[in-house]
Design a binder for this molecule. Structure first.
Ligand SMILES: C[S@@+](CC[C@H](N)C(=O)[O-])C[C@H]1O[C@@H](n2cnc3c(N)ncnc32)[C@H](O)[C@@H]1O
Length: 272
């Protein structure tokens, strides 16, 4: 008879409405938003665009997009868990928050879209290739798709054994529980080319982690959240994890955790 259902992101692995998750999303935004908004700016996001922000988290990018597209444009911010988006919905008339599972719910109202953006979402979904097909289908002809995904490669060369073991533990615990693939983005922009997107490009964001900076805060909160799973799977000892947390809290410590790989492309323009 059918086996146990595999846990998903929101099955108390990551996510949830509590304060620690709010702080984790805020730290993530502090580290990553400047790069994301620079890329979106360079891709020409402008007044009047209709945008879809998938897996919006606490909505910092959805808010930036709503300000950029102005009254003539519109932003739909989706997430399977909208608990951190409540205030945002009330704050901007051109922004709609939608509880939506990107793996199976119908196309969100408000499309087709000039821009579809998803940051740190598809790598956590085992059906990421089918989800990517859906995101491409929700674009206007000539619309822009931007994907951002974690990539584990800098961790392997870390000169700090406890930090290296803890970061590998995070990657492996997520892979074995919810099916996260932190190697998928290493093949970017292949998945976009495979779908015949044009004007394809990539960039990598690799923030220094340490000195108790926002990246260190984000990884501390992630490690603390996943610690029971890392231990359950015997991926690192309690002492190693304590040492890694002490390194992340040390103002003199610096290293590289996961990279963010960003890929973009335009849907074919279609018949004139
Ligand atoms: C790591 S967080 C990233 C949040 C935000 N994109 C950011 O970069 O700040 C991943 C987000 O994806 C959402 N998510 C997970 N599975 C989802 C699904 N099947 N459909 C829509 N959103 C999902 C989570 O609830 C969470 O808000």
């Amino acid at each position: 008879m059918g086996g146990q259902r595999r846990p998903r992101y929101a099955d108390d692995v990551l996510g949830g409405p509590d304060e620690a998750e709010r702080l984790r999303l805020a730290a993530m935004a502090e580290v990553c938003d400047p790069t994301t908004t620079r890329v979106l700016d360079e891709l020409g996001v402008a007044a009047g665009w209709r945008c879809l922000e998938v897996g919006a988290g606490a909505g910092s990018i959805a808010a930036w997009l709503a300000d950029r597209v102005a009254a003539a444009g519109h932003v739909v911010a989706t997430d399977i868990d909208t608990s951190h988006l409540a205030d945002l919905a009330a704050s901007r008339a051109n922004l709609t928050v939608l509880r939506h599972d990107v793996t199976r719910d119908p196309a969100p109202d408000g499309g087709p879209f000039d821009l579809v953006h998803a940051r740190f979402v598809l790598e956590h979904l085992p059906e990421r290739e089918e989800v990517l097909d859906r995101l491409v289908a929700w674009l206007k002809p000539g619309g822009v798709l931007v994907l951002e995904s974690i990539a584990e490669f800098p961790v392997d060369s870390s000169p700090h054994p406890p930090f290296r073991a803890a970061m590998r533990g995070i990657g492996e615990a997520l892979a074995r529980t919810i099916g996260t693939d932190s190697g998928w983005a290493r093949g970017f922009p292949g998945p976009l080319r495979d779908r015949r997107l044009v004007d394809v490009g990539t960039a990598v964001h690799l923030p220094a982690t340490g000195g108790a900076n926002a990246s260190a805060r984000c990884w501390t909160l992630t490690l603390t959240r996943l610690r029971p799973r890392i231990r359950e799977l015997d991926l690192a000892s309690e002492d190693t994890l304590d040492e890694a947390l002490a390194q992340l809290a040390d103002p003199a410590f610096f290293d590289l955790a996961f990279a963010t790989v960003i890929a973009w492309g335009r849907g074919p323009a279609g018949p004139r």
